[in-house]
Write a protein of this length. Structure first.
Length: 334
């Protein structure tokens, strides 16, 4: 608890491009969470180097991501958006938790097996202990809730196990976190294979709308979106392409499905797709403009980075000192 509010923590990787799916499915819903939770969003650059990165590119992507979150509407005064590498406590707690995590547990992590098979030339120890660092991220802030995708649930489960193990030895040190099950946004599917989720790693560039796609590209991708031969703008599972487009349209315009269906009654797919594309442009264009504006304002972004790193360090150090004392490290002499 911080100031009577529960704590929410999430980490995001600065690799790959955010998609419309990430925005409508997650980010858009996070904008109001700071009313209810004390929110920490960390750009997890320590995690990123578990696979080889080009340094200049990592630095740029991390800053772009942080800027993009602010451009998308996360108020950096109400949400602590910061770089993981600016808070040494992540690495320090991670080391301690390494000593309370079993090889057997880490061996069971499906993401490790997955990544190890993809990067056979660089199966480093960091890749193996990645989930421990993630546990440290979460426990460092005594987070109550963690919004995560399905692919990260196993890591969250491990975090809970490690927290409980530690607590059972030393008393109540860590808050045991829960997955955040809030109002979830629309699940946005691929524009090319509407049975699959829209993904930033899709090989077909027409399958996903990137947050940074320019208006022409957006419209073009919607024109090419896969539909069907029913010639009916109906909201039903038998027409997954049309259903997905309706979901996108409704989420972007805040209209109900009924309203949208009435609006497009008797219209052809061509007109409909164009309207969906335009609705998306009207949501993304202001974010892109704000991103461009903020990117130029180095002084402002730097001041946010500094302030938020200080805030994050303050809470991190509180937990860290408690943990260091529990495990038997001597007190710092000041
Ligand atoms: N592993 C997460 C991912 O790849 C990112 C992450 C790192 C994270 N630390 C976290 C997510 C803590 C939630 C909480 O998506």
């Amino acid at each position: 608890m911080i100031d009577g509010k529960k704590v929410l923590f999430s980490g995001m990787q600065a690799t790959g491009n955010l998609t419309l799916g990430n925005y409508l499915g997650a980010l858009k819903n996070w904008l109001t969470l700071s009313d209810e939770y004390e929110c920490f969003y960390s750009v997890v650059d320590l995690h990123s180097i578990t696979v080889r990165q080009e340094p200049a590119q990592l630095r740029k992507r991390a800053r772009d991501l942080l800027t993009l979150y602010i451009a998308a509407g996360l108020d950096p005064k109400k949400n602590c958006i910061y770089y993981q590498s600016h808070v040494a406590g992540h690495a320090q707690l991670s080391w301690i938790l390494n000593c309370y995590t079993y090889m057997g547990e880490l061996n069971r992590m499906t993401q490790f097996k997955d990544k190890a098979s993809k990067h056979t030339d660089n199966i480093n120890a960091g890749l193996f202990t990645y989930p421990v660092l993630m546990a440290a991220d979460i426990l460092l802030f005594q987070a109550d809730v963690v919004p995560v995708g399905k692919d990260q649930l196993q890591h969250l489960e491990l975090t809970r196990d490690v927290a409980q193990r530690f607590n059972s030895i030393y008393g109540d040190v860590f808050t045991v976190p829960e997955p955040y099950i809030g109002k979830t946004g629309a699940k946005i599917m691929s524009l090319q294979e509407p049975s699959k989720k829209m993904s930033k790693s899709d090989e077909n560039p027409n399958a996903s709308i990137l947050l940074m796609d320019d208006p022409d590209t957006i419209i073009r991708k919607f024109k090419r979106a896969v539909t069907d031969s029913e010639a009916c703008i109906c909201y039903r599972d038998e027409q997954p392409g049309i259903k997905n487009l309706l979901d996108i349209y409704c989420t972007c315009t805040n209209k109900t499905v009924e309203e949208a269906l009435r609006e497009f009654e008797g219209k052809g797919y061509g007109d409909f797709k164009l309207a969906v594309g335009e609705a998306v442009v009207s949501v993304l264009k202001p974010i892109q403009d704000e991103f461009a504006r903020l990117s130029k304002d180095k002084v402002y972004i730097d001041s946010i980075i500094k302030e938020n790193a200080e805030k994050a360090n303050y809470y991190a150090n509180k937990t860290l000192r408690k943990v260091q004392k529990k495990v038997g490290f001597p007190e710092q002499i000041r």
